[in-house]
Structures are given as C-alpha cells and as structure tokens.
Design a binder for this molecule. Structure first.
Ligand code: UDP
Ligand code: MG
Length: 139
C-alpha cells in the first residue's frame, strides 16, 4: 500500500531563477496538497547529512556546495501514491532525459542543478520531512 506523503525541496537554481511560484503551482495543479512549507538555507555540512546516502559518489562534494549556495524551499506534500506520482511530475534526474512537461524538463539547469528534489520511497519521505520539520509541524 503506497503512502500519502512525499517530501520535496525547490533547489537553489530554481529559487535563484524566481521559479518558486511556477513550480509550486505545478505541484498544486497536479493534485498535491502542501502540508508544510519552509524557505530556508542549508550549510554544506547539513546538505551532506541530507544526502549522506550519496557520500561515496563522485558528485557528492559538488552537490553539497551547490545545495548550500542559496535558499531552498522544503515542503511536505500529500496525495494518494505521493512518492511515485511526484517522481513522475518532476521527471528524470538529468533534465536532458526528463519527459516533456515535467518540472525538471521545464526548469532544471543541469543534472546537478535540477530544480527540485523528490523522495524515493515512503520511508525516506518520512525521514526527510523530519529533517526539516518538527513533529508539531507534521500534523
Ligand atoms: N546529482 C548530480 N550528478 C549525478 C547524479 C545526481 O549532481 O550524476 C545530484 C542531483 O542534484 C540529484 C541529486 O544529486 O538530484 C541526488 O541524486 P539522485 O540519484 O538521488 O537523484 P534524484 O533522486 O534527485 O532524481
Ligand atoms: Mg534521490
């Protein structure tokens, strides 16, 4: 049974390009309800903690620098089949491979600066939400 929540970040390239509103509108129009939202900034250390699963990958250090290069918007989203449906809405990691009409196809700059994060499973979605929001905010 698939869960009802996922976690996303609007990444620094998209906040810098003034695309917070356009991306949020696509998310809402796709049927996701915003349950929590916060504009904030990550230090390289905190970005490293968030992406710890990738710490052996060659892109890890650059990714942590990029993710701390400007503000991000963290959001918890609710919808039936949230994790999978949100991955469909955002498209492939590399915007060159992303389907037409997806958020990454429309707004990503590169495989690294790819506009948005989307959780990969229900368990990670819950952990990622807790990384940014208190229990009280995750009603
Ligand atoms: N990333 C990168 N180079 C790569 C693969 C990934 O810079 O070759 C970055 C990109 O910002 C991506 C993030 O690392 O969104 C996490 O990678 P993952 O494979 O989990 O992709 P996602 O789940 O975000 O599609
Ligand atoms: Mg991932």
């Amino acid at each position: 049974m698939s869960g009802k929540r996922t976690f996303t970040m609007i990444k620094p390239d998209a906040t810098a390009a003034n695309n917070i509103g356009a991306i949020t509108k696509m998310i809402e129009e796709a049927g996701f309800v915003i349950k929590a939202s916060k504009m904030t900034r990550l230090t390289p250390e905190r970005a490293g903690e968030f992406y710890a699963v990738h710490k052996e990958r060659p892109f890890y250090k650059d990714l942590c620098e990029y993710m701390s290069s400007g503000p991000i918007v963290a959001m918890v989203l609710e919808k039936d089949n949230a994790v999978a449906d949100f991955r469909t809405l955002i498209g492939a990691t590399n915007p060159a491979d992303a389907a037409e009409g997806t958020i990454r196809k429309l707004y990503a700059k590169s495989i690294e600066a790819n506009a948005v994060h989307g959780s990969d499973a229900d368990e990670t979605a819950a952990e990622e939400a807790k990384f940014f929001f208190s229990a009280l905010e995750l009603y």
